[in-house]
Write a protein of this length. Structure first.
Ligand code: ADP
Ligand code: ADP
Ligand code: MG
Ligand code: MG
Ligand code: MG
Ligand code: MG
Lengths: 335, 206, 335, 206
């Protein structure tokens, strides 16, 4: 493990202290707990949106707190959920009477803790909360049947959910409307990843799994969860094609459909490589008659120092396009 | 049996999780991410610490606060489930300063309900519930049949152990283990081992 | 080498194609050559500013082309200078009569090629060019004596030179003034880096140097140039202290001085680590009575997939503060 | 000697760089980044290709265009320096369609000036110049003393070889080698080897 850190047990706390030092005009915290991060620029009367989850994915989750996106984020230890009490503290802070929407990824630990917090917010504080769980990773499970719970992991596609729901809340839509937008975005976004190397959780101190020097794993999750195929490392174009085929066949597309594309680096993979992927994505989608409305390329959801990348496609309609285009200003994302 | 024995139970819980820390880590390393020994020993320690010096005599409140402390300390899957179990048991026993044998049945039944409401798992799906469920049934039957609480507790612990062992063969559908699909069948479920340890601690404390 | 690429010889070309696909409203190119990158939003009458250098450092260099920063960038192969003809083609495009300022890092290859292009621009086109060379790496050489050429390598601090000179040009200052600002910024910026792992140039296919699993190299350059000390990997706080001591003692500081700080990741080092460094930088500078006016944290100048980071300090006066605060909008930097 | 012989010289240049590609890579791998064999063979090939089918008879223009092509093809340190040398030689010889022995002295002197104006290095600083400088002096002296151009060229090549060998012991102050400080003294300078090869190609072509 080669990391510029102090004691591994202080990793998250010191990281958060650095965050507040660097972004004093944008971020602050409540409950005397650096893990309870909230925007420094609360808008009265607006639906509050919060997220939360384990550390190790910067800029996810807290990097999207700011104007036009999220109001708060409960920060857990590396790859660990935050606690119900932390979630509750933020819920109380960001509610200004219009209620609070929880948007987070489909992981049991997070679900349990957000659910517990939601009960506490209701029982103890009388705050109305709603929940939208992102599960966009097509590699992690088959599509859910009607009325079946979505079993897919939440990965980079959640960025689009934050963006659209955040814009909706900023436009002063009510909680039901913001929730509808978040659910619609979830229903339209699909992601698939590829990993080339493992990552190392600081407190564990050794790589999360083994992989050969010439191998990749298609469909691996952002905590190193098993993917759908391990094989020889292939040329970028082949990798992109394999990922896109799975993504594009997961919901019906017809020629003329428009998408937003997120090309996301997992940590150690260079921007150059992400743009090399972008190039192929563009020609693949052009061949299918799918029009790209907008590209996002960069590190949006990382897995510590893992090498690899993911591709997310958000199928757009006029409403989502409009919300996607709205300005946003957070420490890690500006548009 | 008053609130002091309850604190005694919480003491034995944190002791047994401490002693079995590495055992749980090893079990979870095979199936999951290996943190279960850490979260259970940290979590039950936090639960015990939250009430050990309390002046509270309401057994329900004690369990509720212990659960809340656990949730704050270790918000992992099992940490939150155990917190949910303790808090539900607390709500059910609220107002009692003395616990009769039947109250312990209530306690563990509520613990079970708290976990299953939170986690939405069913018995047979290779989780903590598969350790606790047979123990609750045994305890209930034994107490109904007038068997001494001490013996009933040992029998329940034995049932939990069997329940844990029986998780081999089950298909995991929750948590990290589920990602292994059919391959999960050959493995013991670490969460069910926690249920076994809880019942052992109970038998010891009573 | 674990990279998501196609043929190594197409690495830069395909990366650039991806860039134009992702940012069509901001970037374009001239001379039918993707290496000759220019802004899509030229401002008539403004002093043109261009840079250039080898690839492998994204977002440097081309990522800073846009409103309030640069007008063009000549893109070389990985770690190789662009050619005089490419530089000249961009010079011609971005000159709108007010002349062109070249700002680039202190490397012989780049100097030779920019100088040759400047002669060609003068002889062949009658375009006035001026040159400012950034050499901010305190680890690379002793400070130059008066009238001596600066021997230091140009590294991440060049970001500040782009930002301040870009704001000056945007304010329609003339070429001499913009050059004065660029020179002043160069004179006030100092950087130092640390490397934990080597990087791999795609066409070479093997790591650029060897380093033990428990070692770091303080002062290494962004192409893997030898640093000033190789030793055991230390806690983040010690590393930061060692780097800052060298930076802060290089130009006179007195209590009350203000600086802008750039914490820069080299590629594989996580944002978390960069914020852990930020935390220590803040307390180190506070102890010295140096006030931080503004922090920039993230990947600004990378070395492919190298693990490591650099710290840059820009000593500020009122003029530089004002220029630093001005808005900017490029594909990789928004303020 | 007309423009055709000049193209012949450029042909020999690209040949010798091609043949010595790996030799230059090996030299540069010890001292620098190992690309010199690639840049010199690619660069002199581009220079030759730019003029080989030209109808141009002006020797100066031929050299200038060859240099420009080289600069475009290989904008590395040595690539740009060689381009600068060729272009300067071209400017000095502009208008000549026939080259006399004295013109070759002018050519190499201008080449040397082009490189040293661009690179700002001095003789003795362990660079290309330390290979070329003794060769230019030898050529100049030999031609002044009326020695035949063929012999003068061989003598110049021999002087370049000695100059190259003499770079051992010199302290590098330019380029990557300079980062090695005193340790650079024990090494041969790869750029000086290129000077030696240039003079060998000249001797062969004349
Ligand atoms: N929905 C659920 N209901 C009950 N128990 C569960 C559930 N999901 C997982 N578990 C139990 O949790 C155990 C793993 O706990 P833990 O190590 O905390 O998980 P993680 O490290 O994935 O957060 C499993 O062995 C299983 O017994
Ligand atoms: N300023 C200079 N003037 C003349 N020759 C130089 C100068 N700097 C470097 N060289 C020559 O360049 C050679 C290295 O060339 P090259 O491999 O192209 O460098 P790089 O790979 O660093 O761009 C050195 O061996 C030296 O002879
Ligand atoms: Mg676990
Ligand atoms: Mg866990
Ligand atoms: Mg070289
Ligand atoms: Mg080179």
């Amino acid at each position: 493990m080669k990391k510029i850190i102090n004691k591994p047990e202080n990793y998250v706390k010191e990281m958060l202290e650095g965050i507040y030092i660097a972004h004093p005009d944008q971020l602050t915290y409540v409950a005397d707990d650096v893990h309870c991060l909230v925007t420094a620029n609360k808008i009265p009367g607006k639906v509050g949106i919060m997220t939360g989850g384990g550390s190790g994915h910067l800029p996810l989750f807290l990097g999207y707190v700011g104007t036009g996106m999220l109001d708060g984020c409960a920060v857990g230890d590396v790859f660990q959920s935050p606690s119900p009490e932390q979630i509750l503290a933020i819920t109380k802070e960001i509610d200004s009477g219009a209620g609070v929407l929880y948007i987070y990824g489909n992981y049991n630990g997070d679900i349990f803790n957000f659910d517990m917090a939601a009960e506490m917010a209701d029982f103890e504080e009388g705050i109305r909360t709603e929940t939208v769980i992102a599960g966009d990773d097509v590699a992690s499970a088959a599509p859910s049947k009607p009325d079946e719970k979505n079993k897919r992991r939440g990965v980079a596609g959640i960025f689009f959910v934050y963006k659209c729901a955040g814009a909706a809340a900023e436009a002063m839509m009510n909680l039901d409307e913001v929730k509808r937008i978040a659910e619609k975005t979830c229903a339209n976004v699909r992601t698939m990843g590829v990993a080339l190397t493992p990552c190392t959780v600081p407190r564990v101190g050794k790589p999360s799994f083994q992989i050969q020097e010439d191998e990749m794993e298609i469909g691996m999750g952002i905590h190193g969860e098993t993917g759908i195929r391990r094989g020889k490392l292939e040329p970028a174009d082949n990798i992109v094609d394999e990922m896109l085929e799975k993504i594009v066949s997961d919901i019906p597309y017809v020629a003329g459909d428009e998408v937003a594309v997120l090309v996301n680096g997992l940590g150690a993979t260079t921007l150059d490589e992400q743009y090399i992927m972008t190039r192929r994505i563009n020609s693949y989608l052009a061949d299918k008659g799918i029009k790209v409305y907008r590209y996002y390329v960069g590190e949006y959801v990382t897995s510590l120092d893992m090498a690899g990348a993911s591709i997310s496609l958000l199928k757009l309609d006029e409403e989502l396009k409009e919300l996607l285009d709205k300005p946003a200003k957070t420490p890690f994302f500006r548009q | 049996m008053d609130y002091n024995s309850l604190i005694g139970f919480l003491f034995e819980l944190k002791e047994i999780m401490q002693v079995n820390r590495d055992y749980l880590i090893d079990l979870d390393s095979v199936v999951g991410d290996g943190d279960l020994g850490l979260t259970m020993s940290d979590g039950f320690l936090a639960a015990y610490n939250a009430v050990k010096d309390s002046n509270e005599t309401d057994c329900g409140k004690l369990l509720y606060f212990a659960g809340k402390a656990m949730g704050t300390a270790v918000p992992s899957t099992m940490g939150t489930l155990m917190a949910s179990g303790l808090m539900r048991a607390g709500r059910e026993l609220k107002g009692k300063t003395n616990l009769l044998p039947q109250d312990f049945v209530t306690l563990f039944q509520a613990y079970m309900d708290g976990v299953s409401d939170r986690g939405k798992a069913k018995v047979g799906e290779k989780t903590f519930l598969d350790g606790l469920d047979p123990a609750v049934s045994t305890l209930q039957n034994n107490i109904s049949s007038g068997i001494d609480i001490k013996d009933a507790a040992s029998n329940a612990a034995e049932a939990a152990r069997k329940g844990f062992e029986n998780t081999v063969g089950m298909l995991a559908v929750h948590g990290r283990a589920a990602t292994r699909g059919e391959a999960s069948r050959s493995l013991l479920d670490p969460g069910a081992a926690v249920a076994m340890l809880i019942m052992e601690a109970f038998a010891k404390s009573i």
